[in-house]
Design a binder for this molecule. Structure first.
Ligand code: F6P
Length: 342
């Protein structure tokens, strides 16, 4: 059995831990061969491969990024993309593919499995934690820890200058990173994409903080939108999966706060820092277990399935089901945090 492995979409901490677990168990327990495909779906489309064996995965557990490289290449949008993938899998004698990715990469994997009969198993990754069917994706915990540390640091400088500090975090159309890091970091306002925000209310919370001589920290998710108005974007271009590049709301909000309250307001955009560097212990644990269970699914011939975390168990679910719906923040969970606002 020869198994191909690829990592697609935005990179996230823990990808290497999955690759290592898949290869270690696959070689040691099942005697499989592996081949790595470079840069997500671009690898199998163009036949760009890299050797993948036990020496290749030594020492990569704590390393961020992905040794296989990643991209947002969409074979469904490229003329002849699927045919090329089939040809290259046959040429390299690949019997099965493990696709490690988020909503987009796994969306392609689901179609390849369900419509084209390609033997694929999926592993969910994304710092956004927005994949339904799994309680957590790996990468999320690391991103939340990085954002929380940034918020802690911003508190002390905000207090010294008595200014408002707005922190824009990633998460695309889900507010998980904002909610978790905002709560953990003691933010005074948390704004998420799932609920449009009222700028007047944000300003009232900011002013109430200043009354107790305490400088406010406003955590805003990159996908959050004001109640009266459209999404604020710095860049309107789309990626290969048709997504806008989010970012800009933090800067816009700081200007609005300054204009309406007269208090100095500045913005920190955390951006890709949230995706970089070494994975947290939780993400290493989750990614390793996902890898071990993914190669087990290959052994069982359980094609079109994705490994998922339910409580502390790893289960298998159809990839198509897992990518059909985004997992967003429940209004009741967001409401819990409101007691800390203002
Ligand atoms: O999906 C992960 C993510 O980091 C999102 O939070 C963010 O909106 C997007 O990727 C950024 O993508 P890129 O790295 O392509 O700019």
């Amino acid at each position: 059995m020869r198994v191909g492995v690829l990592t697609g979409g935005g990179d996230c901490p823990g990808l290497n831990a999955v690759i290592r677990a898949v290869v270690r168990k696959g070689v040691q327990q099942y005697g499989y061969d592996f081949i790595g495909f470079r840069d997500g779906w671009r690898g199998p489309m163009e036949g760009d491969t890299v050797p993948l064996d036990i020496p290749a995965v030594r020492g990569i557990l704590p390393r961020g990024g992905t040794i296989l490289g990643s991209s947002r290449t969409n074979p469904l949008k490229s003329e002849g993309g699927i045919r090329q993938i089939k040809e290259n899998l046959a040429k390299h004698e690949v019997d099965a593919l493990i696709a490690i990715g988020g909503e987009d990469t796994l969306g392609v994997a689901a179609q390849l499995a369900d419509e084209y009969g390609i033997k694929v198993v999926g592993v969910p990754k994304t710092i956004d934690n927005d994949l339904s069917a799994t309680d957590y994706t790996f990468g999320f915990d690391t991103a939340v820890n990085i954002a929380t540390e940034a918020i802690d640091r911003l508190h002390t400088t905000a207090e010294s200058h008595m200014r408002v500090l707005v922190v824009e975090v990633m998460g695309r159309h889900a507010g998980w990173i904002a909610l978790h890091s905002g709560l953990a970091g003691g933010a005074n306002v948390i704004l998420i994409p799932e609920q449009r925000f009222d700028v007047a209310k944000v300003c009232a919370w900011v002013e109430s903080r200043f009354k107790v001589r305490y400088a406010p920290i406003v955590v805003v998710a990159e996908g959050a939108m004001p109640r009266d108005g459209d999404m604020v974007l710095k860049d309107e271009s789309l990626d290969a999966f048709g997504h806008v590049r989010l970012s800009g709301v933090g800067e816009w909000l700081a200007k609005e706060i300054e204009r309406r309250t007269g208090k100095e307001a500045r913005t920190t955009v955390l951006g890709h820092v949230q995706r970089g560097g070494t994975p947290s212990a939780f993400d290493r644990w989750l990614a390793s277990r996902f890898g071990l269970h993914a190669i087990e699914a290959v052994r069982d011939g359980d094609w079109g399935k994705m490994v998922a975390l339910r409580g502390t168990d790893i289960v298998r679910v159809p990839i198509s089901e897992a990518t059909a719906k985004l997992k967003t923040v429940d209004p009741a969970e967001y409401a819990e945090a409101e007691v800390f606002f203002g």
